[in-house]
Design a protein around this ligand. Structure first.
Ligand code: SF4
Ligand code: SF4
Length: 202
C-alpha cells in the first residue's frame, strides 16, 4: 500500500536536510522508540508469523494472536484524543520488556532516553549498550519505506540527523503538523481499532 502523497512529500522535505541516513545508521536514537500506526503493525505481525522477525539476543514469543502480539510488544496511546499510536516496548538487560508510562509523547521519549535499564527498542537486532554504537540496526528497515506503508513504524521516519548521531529535534510546530497529517491521512484510527477488537476497549 502506497503512503499518502502528502506524507511522502513532507518526509522528503525533511530528509533533504539530513546528511546522515537512518538505513546506514546504527540506530543510535532507538532507545526511545518512535510509534507505529496499526497499518504498520499488521505488516510487522505478518513478518512475525512468517518467522522472519528475528533478533540475535531475544526470541519473540511464539503463537501469539494479533491482539496478544500488540499487547506483548507495544503500548497504545491516543494523541490529541484522535490518533491511535503504538509505541514499541524497550528491552532491559534481563530480557524483560519495559512499558512507556502514560506520559505525553515527548515526556515518554525523554523518560526512555533517561532510563539506564533500557537497552533500546524491542525491534533492534540486539541490545543497545550505553556509548557502544557497534552493530545495532533496526530489524524493521525496509528499502521502500519512503513510498510505501511498510513494517517500519511511521514515526521512525520523522526524525533525521545532521551530522553523525546528531538528531535534529523537531519543533513543536513540526510535531503538531506531523500528528495532524497522520490523523488526516489515517482517519478514525481509534474507532477502526475498537471495531476490529471490541474485546480490547478500555
Ligand atoms: S534519526 Fe539519526 S540517530 Fe536515529 S536512526 Fe536516523 S540517522 Fe540514526
Ligand atoms: S522500530 Fe526500528 S527505527 Fe523504530 S525505534 Fe525501533 S529499532 Fe528504532
Amino acid at each position: 500500500m502506497k503512503l499518502p502523497s502528502n506524507i511522502v512529500n513532507f518526509l522528503k522535505e525533511r530528509q533533504a536536510n539530513a546528511d546522515w541516513h537512518c538505513d546506514q545508521c546504527n540506530s543510535a536514537c532507538c532507545n526511545g522508540p518512535g510509534f507505529a500506526l496499526f497499518e504498520n503493525i499488521e505488516i510487522i505481525y505478518e513478518k512475525y508469523i512468517s518467522g522472519t522477525l528475528l533478533r540475535s539476543d531475544y526470541i519473540f514469543e511464539v503463537n501469539l494472536s494479533l491482539s496478544q502480539f500488540i499487547f506483548k510488544y507495544f503500548d497504545r496511546t491516543i494523541i490529541n484524543g484522535r490518533l491511535l499510536v503504538f509505541f514499541p516496548k524497550t528491552i532491559a538487560t534481563d530480557n524483560s520488556l519495559i512499558s512507556i508510562p502514560p506520559y505525553s509523547y515527548w515526556e515518554a521519549r525523554n523518560y526512555l532516553f533517561r532510563r539506564q535499564s533500557s537497552n533500546g527498542c524491542i525491534f533492534l537486532n540486539k541490545k543497545q549498550n550505553k556509548n557502544d554504537y557497534t552493530n545495532n540496526y533496526c530489524i524493521l528497515h525496509n528499502a521502500n519505506h519512503d513510498n510505501d506503508i511498510t513494517e517500519k513504524p511511521m514515526d521512525c521516519l520523522f526524525l533525521y540527523c545532521k551530522g553523525v548521531r546528531n538528531v535534529v529535534n523537531p519543533t513543536t510546530t513540526e510535531t503538531t503538523y506531523w500528528f495532524s497529517l497522520l490523523d488526516y491521512s489515517f482517519p478514525n484510527s481509534v474507532e477502526k481499532f475498537n471495531k476490529r477488537f471490541p474485546e480490547l476497549i478500555d
